[in-house]
Design a protein around this ligand. Structure first.
Ligand SMILES: Cc1cc2nc3c(=O)[nH]c(=O)nc-3n(C[C@H](O)[C@H](O)[C@H](O)COP(=O)(O)O)c2cc1C
Length: 156
């Protein structure tokens, strides 16, 4: 199953494309009850990066559904510029929620953080989004092979 949260559509688009590519069902975590999750089913979370970490609605949702932490979790992060130490900080946040095995995958798209970032012009944004979508087959393969982004051990 692919769970997602999206403020402005980048992560929604990635989740939708990934669900088609990987033949996984899709669930927006803001819409209704969590669908049944079978024992062998893979769990993928698609989310935007907020200040190098997971957005608080996601952390609340995962805390409210502790059964999810029994699964290995693949987190596909969309971000506007760079992951920075995001993979390590997110792994740490998820460990605090009892997730034992976490793989983080990063996709640089286009930023929606208007207060501080230089926002792309529409054509540049479309190009950046397409470049990110072109990487989805690699991300799907990394998920299948359980390969995640490098994390820094002192931050984990
Ligand atoms: C509050 C906030 C904080 C953000 N922090 C980061 C950040 O630390 N690094 C980064 O590269 N992008 C950051 N962004 C940009 C988003 O991660 C990026 O645009 C993402 O793809 C948006 O996904 P969405 O359209 O699914 O909401 C931030 C955006 C917001 C709204």
């Amino acid at each position: 199953m692919i769970l997602y949260f999206s403020g402005t559509g980048n992560s929604k688009l990635v989740a939708e494309k990934l669900s088609i590519l990987m033949k996984e069902k899709l669930h927006n975590l803001e819409h209704g009850a969590l669908p049944a999750l079978h024992e062998q089913e893979r769990l993928v979370l698609v989310a935007p990066l907020y200040f190098w970490t997971l957005p608080s609605p996601i952390l609340r949702y995962l805390a409210q559904h502790p059964q999810l932490s029994q699964k290995e979790l693949h987190v596909v992060i969309t971000c506007g510029g760079a992951m920075g130490t995001g993979a390590s900080l997110i792994t740490r946040q998820l460990r605090c929620l009892n997730f034992k095995k976490v793989y983080v995958h990063a996709l640089v798209m286009t930023t929606n953080y208007i207060p501080r970032h230089k926002v792309h012009a529409p054509e540049a944004a479309a190009k950046a989004i397409q470049a990110a979508l072109d990487k989805l087959p690699i991300i799907a393969e990394d998920i299948r092979r359980k390969r995640g982004a490098h994390t820094s051990s002192f931050l984990e």
